[in-house]
Design a protein around this ligand. Structure first.
Ligand code: HEC
Length: 121
């Protein structure tokens, strides 16, 4: 993500009203805990450049990549993402109080976003 976008997100979050919420101590699972504190990622955010918004394809790719849409919206087969069906949805998150399944966000008109207007999206 380009530094200007990162700073915009931080600025937006700082406009939100704080809520009182008791948060439990963070407990990282092994092996994640072994990787923390994480080393600084290279290259640093200063090196990231956003493509011009006028290039809709490149700008869309940039947004999709930094927001990591694919991780949730690409179906998994035997624990691996099936990139032949990238963005086809179908992953079910089984949370304690409810289940939710990711939507198909491909341009397919029958099952995806093909008939959506830009405004609806
Ligand atoms: C952490 C997982 C996760 C990520 C990351 C994620 N989504 Fe989703 N998305 C979901 C889930 C779960 C649903 C289904 C929600 C529901 O049915 O209430 C959903 C639904 C949607 C929908 C359908 C909404 C509707 O009204 O039918 C769209 C469009 C969408 N996501 C787009 C995106 C885009 C674009 C990105 C990246 C910018 C993204 N999502 C990233 C989990 C994710």
């Amino acid at each position: 993500m380009a530094k200007s976008d990162l700073l915009s997100i931080i600025a937006y979050i700082r406009t939100l009203k704080p809520i009182k919420n008791k948060i439990p101590e963070r407990q990282l699972m092994i092996p994640i805990s072994m990787a923390y504190p994480a080393p600084a990622l290279q290259p640093s955010v200063d090196a990231n450049v956003a493509p011009p918004e006028s290039d809709k394809v490149k700008y869309g790719e940039y947004l999709v990549n930094f927001a990591d849409c694919s991780t949730c919206h690409t179906p998994f087969v035997k624990g691996q993402p099936d990139f032949s069906r990238a963005f086809a949805g179908g992953n079910t998150f089984n949370l304690a109080s409810f289940k939710v399944t990711t939507a198909n966000i491909t341009p397919d008109s029958a099952t995806g976003l093909g008939t959506w207007t830009e405004e609806r999206f």
